[in-house]
Design a protein around this ligand. Sequence first.
Ligand code: HEC
Length: 110
Amino acid sequence: MRRRLIALMLLLGLPLTALADGDAARGEQLSYTCTGCHGIPFYKNVYPTYTVPRLGGQNQEYIVAALKAYRSGERQHATMQAQANTLSDQDIEDIAAYFASLATLEGDAS
Ligand code: HEC
């Protein structure tokens, strides 16, 4: 099945990366609200000023795990729990794919 899907995608000229768990393009749209705090490249909340962890280039699995932990309440932080509560599993995968992809765009592999 998967081989036929790949053949079809090649035929349609779709990038194979779309087969990965997260859809970075969709994640970019979903993360519009996130970047207000997780601003890239400044990664500080503007007002009130507090440090917000940088997400651009963060490991994809780590972002998924962190968001699921906020959503389940395993990781406590009122703001992020409220954010994560609105996200579906697919949203989380897509958002993680987007933020993880930013490292490549910046040419920073770390
Ligand atoms: C109102 C500001 C704000 C918004 C909006 C916000 N965040 Fe956060 N985020 C924070 C803060 C502050 C932390 C650090 C919380 C902590 O210490 O656990 C954080 C932590 C995180 C972490 C864990 C990072 C780490 O290094 O452990 C992830 C992942 C994350 N946010 C993703 C998102 C996503 C995705 C969105 C959008 C759906 C979002 N955030 C929206 C403020 C925000």
